[in-house]
Design a protein around this ligand. Structure first.
Ligand code: FAD
Length: 475
């Protein structure tokens, strides 16, 4: 037995890669594998952006490995069977992978590790998806943090002591050629349809986004909240699937921040939020299904036919609140949603419609290209005020004020709600307040071209305050 097998999952790149680095440091040839798990693929709709992103990123990874004399082995099946079987077929001494901290991945990896150990094959799982793994940044008395600001302070302190450094990778002459096989299956062979095409996937797309963002990073703290501006990096999907290295991003941001860039400092903070939610889910896996604050599991959310209809209207971007609708339509049309609008749309569902945050969370999970269980759950619980370190329940976003403040000219609304495009910058945020003649001049028939509001915000706000207050007294 000789050599190693690297199992790629959320790390679809061949540079600065912990598992690949450590496999190359061992003796023997290095094999590479990706496993499509039918239990995850089969339930998905046939037009799924994520499968497409993964498929194109795998093709790019395969090309990078082939250029160095190797290539990717692609298997279909339950990884708990596939990985040990393949490791035995190849006769490797060890399997290397990068740790995935989601509860289902932890259970799956434990089963794989067990089967490998039984077969006398080593199992090595490395920290790569985050800078510091859950458990590496703890409070003074050794407990996980549940409040972000002290977590960030401790995290930054540790980063200063252990700066993020890339793992050097030299593939020359070290990769094993994959057994004769067709390359990565096409999307059609996987049984899926094209949605976006290959341009946005893989490490080259990530590099283009990063290069573009580095021109703008110094303004990030000012531009990041305005969805009509190119203020943020759009790198979330690449962090999700590892087509960019988080070490590289953190090192860049930390260097720029140290040189005095407020924008870079603020961006680094967002990367720390990602780590905060990752460790929170790992330490408290129950948050995947219930409120972090147990008392809020007793909230009586709206249900029944009217709630179902309102939920459908929210999903479709037909609530009658232009910024909420523009956000939901951006999500449906592109698979991406600007951070400010994730908060605005989530807040509207929970605090204006009184609908259980878990329904919205599940909808985002289906639609988001960058869907990440930890960040999505964290973002929803923060907005719903049910999470750790959440926004207090009595602070409720006004969908109109958010619109006036963060889309002041209505440019974002116009690009996703074209039926309101004829309204001027001041009127576009609340069309139901306009005179019929003003609406007619802009070509809008309220209730026909564009819906009247599902609820009155002031009334809905009051109901939400009562809903949360009564739950508090029950605790
Ligand atoms: P940038 O502003 O450029 O930030 C850089 C990176 O930092 C992001 O790519 C992301 O990895 C991380 N980041 C930024 N903000 C946050 C945050 N609040 N929490 C955690 N990480 C953050 N992010 C996801 O990656 N996947 C999700 O499924 C997800 N669901 C969300 C749901 C809700 C209700 C909310 C409020 C936020 C959610 N976020 C999620 C966080 C955030 O909205 C996105 O990461 C961000 O909008 C992605 O755009 P960007 O890459 O341009 O971000």
């Amino acid at each position: 037995m000789t050599g190693s097998l690297v199992w790629f999952r959320r790390d679809l790149r061949s540079y600065d890669h912990a598992a690949l680095h450590h496999a190359l440091a061992a003796r023997g040839r290095v094999h590479a594998v990706f496993v499509f798990d039918p239990a995850l693929l089969d339930p998905l709709p046939r037009a799924d952006r994520r499968v497409e992103f993964i498929r194109h990123s795998l093709a790019a990874l395969d090309a990078e490995l082939r250029a160095a004399g190797g290539g990717l082995i692609v298997r279909h099946g339950n990884p708990v069977d596939e990985i040990p079987t393949l490791a035995r077929e190849l006769g490797v001494t060890a399997v290397h992978t990068n740790t995935d901290y989601e509860p289902s991945a932890i259970a799956r990896d434990a089963a794989v590790a067990h089967a490998l150990t039984d077969a006398g094959i080593g199992w090595h799982s490395w920290v790569d998806q985050v800078i510091f793994a859950p458990g590496q940044v703890l409070t003074g008395d050794g407990r996980p943090f549940t409040v972000f600001t002290p977590f960030r302070t401790a995290w930054l302190r540790r980063l200063a002591a252990e700066p993020a450094r890339p793992y050097p990778i030299d593939l020359t002459g070290r990769l094993a050629a994959p057994p004769a096989q067709a390359a990565v299956p096409s999307l059609a062979e996987l049984g899926f349809e094209t949605v976006d095409g290959p341009d946005g996937a893989g490490t080259s797309a990530a590099r283009r986004l990063l290069a573009d963002f580095l021109y703008r990073i110094d303004d990030y703290h000012e531009a990041r909240d305005f969805p009509a501006q190119p203020g943020t990096s759009r790198l979330s999907v690449h962090l999700r699937f590892g087509t960019i290295s988080v070490r590289e991003l953190v090192a860049l941001a930390a260097d720029r921040a140290a040189a005095g860039s407020t924008g870079a400092e603020s961006w680094l903070s967002e990367l720390v939020w990602r780590e905060f939610y990752s460790q929170l889910l790992a330490h408290h896996p129950r948050v995947a299904t219930e409120a972090f604050q147990p008392g809020y599991s007793r909230i009586e959310w709206a249900f029944g036919e009217q709630a179902d209809l309102q939920f459908e209207a929210w999903c479709a971007g037909r609530t009658g609140y232009p910024l909420v609708d523009a956000g939901m339509r951006q999500l449906n049309r592109t698979g991406y949603l600007h951070n400010r609008l994730r908060m605005v749309t989530a807040s509207f569902l929970v605090k204006d419609l009184g609908i259980d945050w878990r329904r919205g969370e599940a909808y985002f999970a289906r639609q988001l290209l960058d869907f990440d269980l930890a960040s999505n759950n964290g973002g929803w619980q923060w907005t719903a005020s049910t999470g750790c370190d959440a926004q207090p329940y009595f602070r409720i976003f006004s969908p109109v004020r958010q619109s006036q403040r963060f889309d002041p000219t209505g440019a974002f609304i116009r690009s996703f709600v074209p039926e309101l495009a004829g309204l001027d910058d001041r009127s576009i945020h609340a069309p139901w307040l306009l005179r019929t003649s003003v609406l007619a001049a802009a070509g809008v028939r309220l209730g026909q071209d564009y819906p009247t509001p599902l609820v009155d915000h002031a009334t809905a706000r009051q109901l939400t305050l009562e809903r949360f207050a009564s739950t508090r007294t029950l605790r």
